[in-house]
Design a binder for this molecule. Structure first.
Ligand code: URA
Length: 367
C-alpha cells in the first residue's frame, strides 16, 4: 500500500477517491422536504441516489448538522431515520416514498436565482462541481438552464443600469443611499436583499461603523435597529454620546446570510467583500468628514484600515487615518450578546470604557 507506483494501489486509491467524492456530493446536494407527521410535528425527508454504499459513512455528518430536526434520508440502498435522539437504519426505498416538493421551495428557488451571479458564470466548472445527474432531486436545478441562457443579457443589463462606475463619487448621502441599492460588485449585493445605507446628519463629528445590517436592519432599511443595536444604543447613552448627532453606518451595506428553515442566519462578510464595499464607506466619510470614527469589530476596522485587524490588540488607542481623523476600535455589540453572563459583564465594562474614551475625544475635537 505504500508503493504509490503499484497499479493495484493506484486503482484502490482511485476507487477510494470516487467514494469520497460520492460522500461529499451527498452532503452538498441532498435536499430535505418537510412533511407533516400524524401527530402534527414536522419531519424532513430527502431522497438521494448515491453511487456507493455511503449512507452509513455519512450518518454522523447529518446527525451533527441537523441534530434538532427529525429527518429521514431515503436511498435505493437503504434509509436512515433520526428522531432527534436516536438513529435507525431502514430498508431501501423508492423515489415515490419521498415527497415531491414542499411549500418553502419557491422561496429557496427565489433565493438561488437572486444569488446566481451571471457575471461569474463558468458553465464548465459549474457542471463539474454539480453534475447533471444530481439535478433531478434538487429543486433549484430546474432554474439553471434558464439562468444560463439569460446570463449574458442579465450581465449586460447589470453593467448598463447597475453598479455606478468606480471613481465617480456620489455628491450627497442621499445619492449614496439610492445608488448602493443597485450595487452588484460582490456576491452579497447580488443576493436580492435591500442595501442599508448609513443614517445621520450630513456632517458629523463622530461616525460609528458596524459590520453589516442584520436580519432586522435589512427589513427595516435602517442600521442598528435590532438586538445588537439595542446594546449599542444603551451603551452610547451611558457614555454620553448623542447618537442623533453621529453618523451610523456599516462596512458592508447588504446583509449576508444563510437561510436555515424560516430564519436567515448571519454570515460574516469575507475580507474581499469588505474591501469591495469600502468604496461606499469612503464615499460616506468624504461627505460626513468625521473627526472621530468608532469601528465596532474586526470587519468594521478592516473596512476603515484596509487590513486585517486584531480588535483585542488594537482597541483602546487612536489610529490616525490619512485624512487626520482618529479611528478607535472596539468589539462589536453582537459579540457581547453571545457571551455568558460572567464573561459578558467583563467585556461590557471594557466596551463601556472604550466608548467613554471615544466620547472624550469627540468632545475635545468639537471644542
Ligand atoms: N450589526 C451591524 O454591524 N450593523 C447593523 O446595522 C446591525 C447589526
Amino acid at each position: 500500500m505504500e508503493d504509490q507506483a503499484d497499479p493495484d494501489v493506484r486503482r484502490a486509491e482511485r476507487l477510494a477517491q470516487q467514494v469520497r467524492r460520492d460522500i461529499h456530493k451527498m452532503r452538498a446536494f441532498l435536499r430535505f422536504r418537510a412533511v407533516e407527521e400524524p401527530d402534527g410535528s414536522e419531519r424532513y425527508v430527502a431522497w438521494f441516489e448515491p453511487d456507493h454504499h455511503i449512507l452509513r459513512a455519512n450518518a454522523g455528518f447529518f446527525v451533527r448538522r441537523f441534530t434538532t430536526m427529525r429527518w429521514s434520508i431515503l436511498t435505493p440502498l437503504g434509509s436512515l431515520h433520526w428522531d432527534g435522539e436516536t438513529l435507525q437504519e431502514g430498508p431501501p426505498a423508492q423515489a415515490a416514498d419521498a415527497p415531491a416538493g414542499d411549500p418553502t421551495e419557491d422561496l429557496w428557488r427565489g433565493y438561488y436565482a437572486s444569488i446566481f451571479n451571471p457575471a461569474r458564470l463558468k458553465v464548465g466548472a459549474m457542471l463539474k462541481e454539480m453534475p447533471r445527474r444530481y439535478w433531478k432531486n434538487m429543486p433549484e436545478a430546474a432554474l439553471i438552464p434558464q439562468l444560463i441562457a439569460t446570463a449574458q443579457a442579465r450581465e449586460a443589463r447589470m453593467v448598463a443600469q447597475g453598479s455606478p462606475e468606480m471613481g465617480e463619487r456620489p455628491d450627497t448621502l442621499r445619492e449614496i443611499a439610492e445608488l448602493v441599492q443597485a450595487c452588484r460588485r460582490c456576491p452579497i449585493g447580488c443576493n436580492g436583499t435591500q442595501a442599508v445605507a448609513g443614517e445621520g446628519p450630513d456632517r458629523a463629528g463622530l461616525m460609528i461603523v458596524g459590520e453589516q445590517p442584520g436580519d432586522v436592519e435589512e427589513q427595516a432599511g435602517r442600521p442598528f435597529v435590532g438586538p445588537a443595536g439595542q446594546v449599542l444604543r444603551t451603551h452610547l447613552d451611558e457614555a454620553g454620546i448623542d447618537l442623533p448627532r453621529a453618523y451610523l453606518t456599516n462596512a458592508v451595506k447588504h446583509f449576508k446570510f444563510t437561510p436555515t428553515g424560516k430564519r436567515r442566519l448571519h454570515q460574516s462578510p469575507t475580507a474581499g467583500e469588505i474591501d469591495t464595499c469600502r468604496w461606499w464607506l469612503e464615499g460616506e466619510r468624504v461627505l460626513v468628514r468625521p473627526r472621530v470614527i468608532l469601528a465596532l469589530g474586526a470587519s468594521a476596522a478592516r473596512g476603515l484600515l484596509g487590513r486585517t485587524v486584531s480588535v483585542q490588540k488594537e482597541r483602546g488607542r487612536p489610529h490616525v487615518l490619512e485624512d487626520g481623523a482618529e479611528l478607535w476600535i472596539t468589539t462589536h455589540p453582537s459579540y457581547l450578546l453571545r457571551l455568558t453572563d460572567e464573561a459578558r459583564a467583563t467585556e461590557e465594562r471594557r466596551f463601556a470604557e472604550d466608548l467613554r474614551a471615544v466620547a472624550g475625544r469627540v468632545r475635545v475635537q468639537a471644542a
